[in-house]
Write a protein that binds this ligand. Sequence first.
Ligand SMILES: [Cu+2]
Length: 330
Amino acid sequence: MPHSCLSLTAIHQPNTGGYEVTALTLKRLALTAIGLMAAFPGAAMAQDAGATLIQEGGYAHDGQLGLQRSVTPIMDSIVAFHDGVLMWTITAIVLLVLALLVIVVVRFNAKANPVPSRFTHNTVVEVVWTVVPIIILIVIAVPSFGVLADQITVPDGERKYLGSNIFSFGEVEVPAPEVTVKATGEQWFWTYEYVDQGLFFDSYMLNEEARLAEEVVQPRLLAVDNELVVPVGTTVRLQVTAAPTGVIHAFALPSFGIKIDAVPGRLNETWFNAEETGMFYGQCSELCGKDHAFMPIAIRVVEREEYDAFIAAFENGSYDDAQATLVAAR
Ligand SMILES: [Cu+2]
């Protein structure tokens, strides 16, 4: 006890050095945090008043709880797994542990139980607390591995999906891929290639000035100059790698349920089938260097005709020509 008494006194005594400084700094930090929290909604509103921020679309919203809006069969499975299996399991475990703690506090404190029993082993309890967690882990692992397998197995139009079987009772039909896209992580931006046409372009984050100058303002740190354009309702094979001279990145897009490493010298493969048009945002999800936070991913899902016009214009010109067809179509 003497030790903790000493430190308590130290905080209350003036000019005792370290302790008081720490307490003051903590207080200042807390006040700054409260100030920031109060100022932030105001700042966000000021920005929205000046320009229209993309309202619909896949990115994190203020006050959002839970996962981002799902627009692909894989993300549907992930949401069903999270909401239907994980949250219930976690809630039950938390309530059980809380109940056990309450029982211990009430029944086995020094007043209620002055003479404690002295046994150290109970075989039944030990078997139960080993076997029950194993069963829980298996219950979690089976659907989890199902979704994982679906993510990395590109559909052939016939294979039945484990995730869709478990979570949607096999109703999800995914056609074979019609479009192949390759994303390459660079330091620090992404390069995309329409593999079938041999077309490629770089995608950089927009700085604040360029972002706010756009007619429809995109979210901060997620807006890019050249987004990846894909058709709606079409299975897209997505190949992911990183520049041979570079470092490891990760391609992650929450609304599509995608998170896959981009490794130099290795071609990883996943897929998506977006069910809605719109802009969907993601970020590099592997600490890759100084601009890791500034290499966002933006995918624009458009109608099939718009996509065909985009690709045709890209083949006959540049990415900018192709992007102009999208603006004209709007
Ligand atoms: Cu990166």
